[in-house]
Design a protein around this ligand. Structure first.
Ligand code: ADP
Length: 401
C-alpha cells in the first residue's frame, strides 16, 4: 500500500488546527480545530470525511499533548488513526524560519534547536509550533515530520528589499531584517494565478493581497517573491484586524516618554488594540461594511484608512515590478468582500486596473477573474489553501517528488 495521506498541523499558542489530506486526489479526509487549550472551556471540533456530522468535545484539554491525543482519538474513531500505514508524514506550519530555512525541512533535533533559536524574533508563534512538533513526534516517533515555514517563500527577496536602513552591525547582530510572513499563501496563490491566466509562473508578475485578520501584500516576479509588506514580525505593512501595520517607529518612543507606556504595553497596543479594532472597535469586515452602509462615521473612516494603505501598496509593488500581469485578492476579506476589491482599484484605470461590477459581485470558491474582459492587467480572486500547500510540499519532500 502506498502511503498518500498527509496530516497538516498548525499549532498556535492555545489552539491546534489540523487537516488530513489524501494526496492521491487532494480530498480532505478530516479537518478540525482544538481551541482554548489549557483552559477549562477547551473545545475540539472534528469534521469527519464527507457526509459525516461534525463532532464536538467540550472539557479541559490541559496542554498540546492532551489536545493532540484527543485529535488522534477522533481520527481513529473514523478509521483514520495516526497508526495507519497510509499516513506518509506530518506537515507542520512553522511561522519563522529565519535566514536558514528557505525550503520545507525534515525535522530532527538540530532543526528543532535552530527553530528554538528563532524564538526571540517570533515569540508568539515559534514556541507553539515547537510544542506541536514535539507532541506529534511522541505520538509517531517513526514518521517523517516536515516543517514548512511561513517565511520561506520570501527568502528570495533581494537585500535592498529585505534590509532596513539601520546600522548594519546592529541589524546583523540581532538578526533585524525583513522576513515576511503568510509565505505559504503567497506561494500558492501566485502559482494558481498564473494557472488561471494560462501562463507559465516563471513568466508571470503578480501582486498578491492576502487580506484576512492578518494581512500582507507581496510582489512576485516570475514565481519569486521580490518584496512583501510584513517585516521582522507580522506587524509591518497593511492595516489589519487588530494590528497597526506601518507606523513611524518614533510613535513607540513618544508613547514611552509622553504616555509612560512600557515596551510591553506598546507592543500590546500595536498588535492587539490597533488596526480596524483600534479605529472603530470592530475587526470583522462584514460588520464594518454593515456599519459603513448605515453611515457610521468611525467605521467609514476605518474603511477609508484600510483602503488607502492597500492602494499605496498596490502602487508601490506596481512600481517595483514594472509590469504586472495580475493583482490578486485572497483570504477571508480578499475572497469575500467585493467592496474592498472595488475600492482598492478605484481610480487606477491609468495603471490598467479595474473591476467589472458584476464579476466582482459574483461569489464562488473557484479562482476567477473580476476585471473587464479586455483589461490590460487582470484582477483576480483566488481562494488560498495553506493546508494543501503545506501538504503538497511535505508530500513532495517525503516522496522525493
Ligand atoms: P485569519 O486566517 O487571518 O484569521 P481569514 O483569512 O480567515 O483570517 O479571514 C478572516 C476575516 O475575513 C474575518 O475577520 C472577516 O473580517 C473576513 N470575512 C470573512 N467573510 C467575509 C465576508 N463575507 N465579507 C467580508 N469579510 C469577510
Amino acid at each position: 500500500m502506498t502511503a498518500t495521506r498527509i496530516l497538516v498541523l498548525n499549532s498556535g499558542s492555545s489552539s491546534v488546527k489540523y487537516q488530513l489530506i489524501d494526496m492521491a486526489d487532494h480530498s480532505r479526509l478530516a479537518t478540525g480545530l482544538a481551541e482554548r487549550i489549557g483552559e477549562d472551556t477547551s473545545t475540539l471540533t472534528h469534521r469527519p470525511p464527507a457526509g459525516g456530522e461534525p463532532r464536538e468535545r467540550r472539557g479541559r484539554l490541559a496542554d498540546h499533548d492532551a489536545a493532540l491525543k484527543a485529535v488522534a482519538e477522533e481520527l481513529a474513531a473514523d478509521g483514520l488513526g495516526l497508526d495507519s500505514p497510509e499516513l506518509a508524514a506530518i506537515g507542520h506550519r512553522v511561522v519563522h524560519g529565519g535566514l536558514k530555512f528557505t525550503e520545507p525541512t525534515l525535522i530532527d533535533e538540530v532543526v528543532l534547536k535552530e527553530v528554538e533559536r528563532l524564538v526571540p524574533v517570533a515569540p508568539l508563534h515559534n514556541p507553539a509550533n515547537i510544542t506541536g512538533i514535539r507532541t506529534a513526534q511522541r505520538l509517531r516517533p517513526d514518521l517523517p515530520q516536515i516543517a514548512v515555514f511561513d517565511t520561506a517563500f520570501h527568502s528570495t527577496m533581494p537585500e535592498h528589499a529585505a534590509r532596513y536602513a539601520i546600522d548594519v552591525k546592529t541589524a546583523d547582530e540581532h538578526r533585524v531584517r525583513r522576513y515576511g510572513f503568510h509565505g505559504t499563501s503567497h506561494a500558492y496563490v501566485s502559482r494558481k494565478t498564473a494557472e488561471l491566466l494560462g501562463k507559465d509562473p516563471a513568466e508571470t508578475n503578480v501582486i498578491v493581497l492576502h487580506l484576512g485578520n492578518g494581512a500582507s501584500a507581496s510582489a512576485v516576479r516570475g514565481g519569486r517573491c521580490v518584496d512583501t509588506s510584513m517585516g521582522l514580525t507580522p506587524l509591518e505593512g497593511l492595516v489589519m484586524g487588530t494590528r497597526s501595520g506601518d507606523i513611524d517607529p518614533a510613535v513607540v518612543f513618544h508613547l514611552g516618554r509622553v504616555a509612560g507606556m512600557s515596551m510591553d504595553e506598546v507592543d500590546e497596543l500595536l498588535n492587539k488594540r490597533s488596526g480596524m479594532a483600534g479605529l472603530c472597535g470592530e475587526n470583522d469586515m462584514r460588520e464594518i461594511r454593515r456599519r459603513v452602509e448605515e453611515g457610521d462615521a468611525a467605521a467609514t473612516l476605518a474603511f477609508e484608512i484600510y483602503i488607502h494603505r492597500l492602494k499605496k501598496y498596490i502602487g508601490a509593488y506596481y512600481a517595483v515590478l514594472g509590469t504586472v500581469d495580475a493583482v490578486v485578492f485572497t483570504a477571508g476579506v480578499g475572497e469575500n468582500a467585493a467592496p474592498v476589491r472595488e475600492a482598492a482599484v478605484e481610480g487606477l484605470a491609468e495603471l490598467g486596473l479595474a473591476v467589472d461590477g458584476e464579476l466582482n459581485a459574483a461569489g464562488g470558491r473557484e479562482p476567477r477573474l473580476i476585471s473587464p474582459r479586455d483589461a490590460r492587467v487582470k484582477v483576480a480572486v483566488v481562494p488560498t489553501d495553506e493546508e494543501l500547500e503545506i501538504a503538497e510540499q511535505t508530500y513532495a519532500l517525503v516522496t522525493g517528488g
